[in-house]
Design a protein around this ligand. Structure first.
Ligand code: FES
Ligand SMILES: [Fe+2]
Length: 419
């Protein structure tokens, strides 16, 4: 149970709030690079800030205020130029650093006034990495965009998947350090949805949580497992500050505002050995619905949709004064304490946990990965079809509902399976 003031402290994300300022010390994935193959301007909302993301004709990405500093027109209806984004109301043009580089009327009528030199639009840095666009809303100097090890893996098909989840980000992130829910929310609920009489899956017998440089590792023993199992010896990662990393995929919970979260998944599927060498030309990005259009209920058929049901079900901003934490929640307590300590750390002028500033460190940041060998070396199609964790992936995208047919077709072609 948490007192109301602490609940507010951990969940509020606007600029000027302690947690909002802490989260602004990290790069956030906000879109897929490939979204800009067909569009050049897009409205986005991150941590309560309304912004406009664009790619100009030079190929430079920019992230600026949603509203023009002239008379507040909506910049997401602006249009790009060779350099920068132009407001569609009176044509003021801004570059990616926020400088006003043209004011068509003032430049001609009163060039001597240099009015544009006095104007700036709010602008944040954007970087492309691993097919994602990352934004940094914090103070300079910015740290580096983390170059997590899987971003450099070869022979994989990567897809980026989004969902708009109508609840606060922090309860989504608490799920990243909650191994027990896997047994109930994914295994047992799934089998019971399919068959009311089905048997439950093996129980969790032992859990462990260990903090490390880039997050918290959680480890588990279930019935029938030995302590030699990689899920106990290596475990999985609650990745700082707002992600889950399981080995083949990352899931970020990016705060849109206090009541909404952008779920961003980066999913790597190793192609069968027979398909090597495989070089992916384009990393697709797609957005899945969370509501079943027929029933009006939350979709429950896929892994992450099941998670969404839990997160949203806890209430828009869950009331932690009502909770009763058990020993399975030790990781959640650990995570909250680390955030509270890091709020104090940034007030002292220190970097918070998992900030990477050293280029050498960032050449390739290794994380605990239970099945690295399979993901790096690959399996034959025959081995994949016999592998309990992989066989299902040969048939469908299991993590989220709504995969478009063209992504499915690209995936099938990469894997060498029939669509
Ligand atoms: S409101 Fe943008 S140029 Fe006038
Ligand atoms: Fe889950």
């Amino acid at each position: 149970m948490l007192e109301p003031a602490k609940n507010e402290l951990l969940t509020q994300v606007s600029r000027g709030t302690p947690m909002g300022d802490l989260l602004r010390r990290y790069w956030m994935p906000i879109a897929a690079v490939s979204e800009f193959d067909t569009e050049s301007v897009k409205p986005v909302r991150i941590m309560g800030e309304d912004l406009t993301l664009y790619k100009d004709m030079n190929g430079t990405f920019g992230l600026v205020d949603r509203h023009c500093p002239h008379r507040s027109a909506d910049m997401s209806y602006g249009f790009v130029e060779q350099c920068g984004l132009r407001c569609n109301y009176h044509g003021w043009l801004f570059d990616q650093e926020g400088r006003c580089i043209e004011q068509p009327y003032e430049d001609v009528a009163h060039p001597e006034a240099h009015f544009r030199d006095k104007i700036r639009i709010k602008a944040y840095p954007v970087e492309a990495q691993a097919g994602l666009l990352w934004a940094y809303l914090g103070p300079q100097p910015a740290p580096l965009v983390p170059n997590w090890e899987p971003f450099s893996w070869k022979n994989g098909f990567v897809q980026i998947v989004f969902a708009d989840v109508p609840c606060n980000w922090f309860q989504c992130q608490e799920n990243s350090v909650d191994p027990l829910h896997f047994e109930w929310m994914h295994m047992n609920w799934s089998v019971r949805l399919a068959d009311q009489g089905a048997k439950y899956s093996p129980r969790h017998l032992k859990l462990a949580f260990d903090e490390f440089d880039y997050g918290i590792v959680y480890r588990r023993i279930r019935e029938g497992m030995s302590e030699e199992d990689p899920l106990w010896k290596v475990g999985r990662v609650c990745l700082w500050p707002n992600a889950l990393f399981t080995g083949d995929h990352f899931e970020w919970r990016v705060p849109i505002d206090d009541q909404n979260t952008l779920s961003v998944t980066w999913c790597f599927t190793r192609v069968p050995k027979e398909r090597e060498p495989f070089v992916q030309e384009r990393i697709p990005g797609w957005r899945g619905a969370v509501v079943d259009a027929e029933t009006g209920r939350w979709i429950s058929s896929h892994v992450m949709n099941q998670d969404f049901v839990a997160w949203i079900g806890q209430g828009t901003v869950t009331d932690r004064t009502r909770e009763h934490l058990g020993t399975s929640d030790a990781g959640i307590i650990m995570m909250r304490q680390r955030f509270l300590k890091d709020i104090e750390a940034i007030a002292r002028g220190e970097d918070p946990k998992a900030t990477i500033r050293d280029q050498e460190t960032n050449r390739c940041v290794a994380l605990p990965i239970a099945d690295r060998k399979r993901l790096v070396d690959g399996l034959t199609i025959e081995e994949m079809s016999r592998h309990p964790m992989v066989a299902g992936q040969l048939k469908d995208y299991i993590f989220q509902a709504g995969q478009p047919i063209e992504v499915r077709a690209a995936y099938a072609a990469a894997m060498g399976i029939r669509d």
